[in-house]
Design a protein around this ligand. Structure first.
Ligand SMILES: [Ca+2]
Ligand SMILES: [Ca+2]
Length: 191
């Protein structure tokens, strides 16, 4: 994103906490991955748009308010992730019953291979854009999930143990759950 207009977008890779000081390190990989466009970007949404198990990015732009804009403005751009499809993932979709149907404010914790990740279901996530309500977790090298815990806005807490990777867990609050697979896209250049 650029905040002053017509700066190259940056895409920050999280390299984790540094072993010396415990402070997270981020590296700008926008130019290396071809995601450093100079258009006047405004909104960003991160979701698995092609249902292949990795997160992709859509960026929208302010329209035609500057002579450098192309005629009619710059359309939204989809950056399709072709790096992460081979790595395992896990995703969670929630339907509230006591909680509001969209389950805004739910917190999901996932534990796999000794690492805990936390996601907040946030329905007001970015300017002029909205994240997917499918909560996505990258699993690194783990091929199973030890436990998923859902903290519903109603106060209900539900846990699900020993789940396979590369699945979407659909949970209806306090009622039922089921695992589904995604239609994984063929690799870039594949048939
Ligand atoms: Ca994807
Ligand atoms: Ca992909």
């Amino acid at each position: 994103m650029s905040w002053n207009g017509y700066e190259n977008n940056v895409l920050l890779r999280n390299d984790g906490n540094h072993p010396d000081d415990g402070i997270p390190r981020f590296v700008d990989v926008g130019m290396a991955l071809g995601a450093d466009d100079v258009y006047d970007a405004r909104g960003v949404a991160v979701a698995d748009f092609d249902n292949d198990g990795d997160l992709d990015i859509v960026i929208n732009h302010s329209q035609g308010d500057n002579p450098r804009d192309e005629a009619g403005g710059v359309p939204a751009v989809l950056y399709r992730n072709e790096l992460g499809s081979s790595r395992p993932f896990f995703a969670v979709e929630l339907s509230g019953r006591e909680s509001p149907h969209q389950a805004a404010g739910a917190v999901v914790r996932l534990r796999a291979a000794g690492t805990v990740q936390t996601r907040l279901l946030d329905v007001g996530s970015a300017y002029a854009s909205q994240q997917s309500d499918r909560l996505h977790f990258g699993l690194g090298d783990a091929d199973r999930v030890d436990e998923v815990t859902v903290h519903w806005p109603s106060g209900l807490v539900e846990s699900f143990a020993d789940l396979p990777a590369d699945r979407v867990l659909h949970v209806e609050e306090g009622t039922s759950s089921r695992l589904a697979s995604l239609p994984r896209s063929p690799p870039a250049g594949g048939g």
